[in-house]
Write a protein that binds this ligand. Sequence first.
Ligand SMILES: O=C(O)CCC(=O)C(=O)O
Ligand SMILES: [Fe+2]
Length: 300
Amino acid sequence: MADPQTLSFADALEGDRADRAAFASALVQSLKDTGFVILIDHGIDLTRLNDVYETVAAFFAQAEDDKARFIVGRDGQRGYTPFGRESAKDTAIPDLKEFWHVGREAVAPNVWPDHPPAFRSEISWLYEALDATGHGLLAALEEGLGVGAGDLTRLAEGGNSVLRLLHYPPVTATAPPGSLRAAAHEDINLITLLVAASAEGLELLSRDGEWRAIDAPPDALIVDSGDMLARLTNGFLPATTHRVVRPRTVNRSRYSLPYFLHPRPDALLACLDGFRDGSEAPPILAADFLAQRLAAIGLT
Ligand SMILES: O=C(O)CCC(=O)C(=O)O
Ligand SMILES: [Fe+2]
């Protein structure tokens, strides 16, 4: 089984034409072979990121009643989603997690807690930083896949991307048997950018069917491919199956910050040129695809 590649984002941002081409082809190759890439030199300030983690921990440490004021609607795309609500597609047991979603204001307005005071500014900063990084990765994917410039970035311009702030509390004796922090699943979106989590537990299913623990350096981003990218490439880049297992050593809270890069709701997801062979799924509106999948994970 091939190893995931560690790629320097500086090659894509500041490199010459050859560096950019090498980055683009390694990105596609690693996603194809292993389902993910470890991205270093991404330029997101680690001190600020550390502040974000502290702020996120302080938010979740509040009483349940205080957090529950920010439950926005059934589909959980903004604000707070309590512990035990979401379960992976085709899994009956809910995951052992609570989370908060921030998205693009123009797609649906955000809600913001008043405590901690820095929450809004810090989380908005991270959203913008990951949005810009994600845009650069989509441009590299276009090059690596050999599709037209803009074929992916245009879909995502002003897109419905969501930053998820996740808290997995210490696992208690009352956790349902068989439950995990996050059961095996694929992400719904185009690509996911994961800031290194506060603790171990993330595992990816390799293409040869083995669960593999991911230990990326704390200053790296993990990038993996989602269902929408699989659909656009007719399975050439399959969605990466992953899960978060229970703590094996110290039973403490785990925090993580995945950014789900989504198309605009009105973007048509149609198989890209060069990937059609008659077996491709029919075009579908991104909003319709998302609605189907949210229903499958218990959020609508
Ligand atoms: O917490 C993690 O490391 C991964 C979370 C995840 O896969 C998800 O929320 O979709
Ligand atoms: Fe995920």
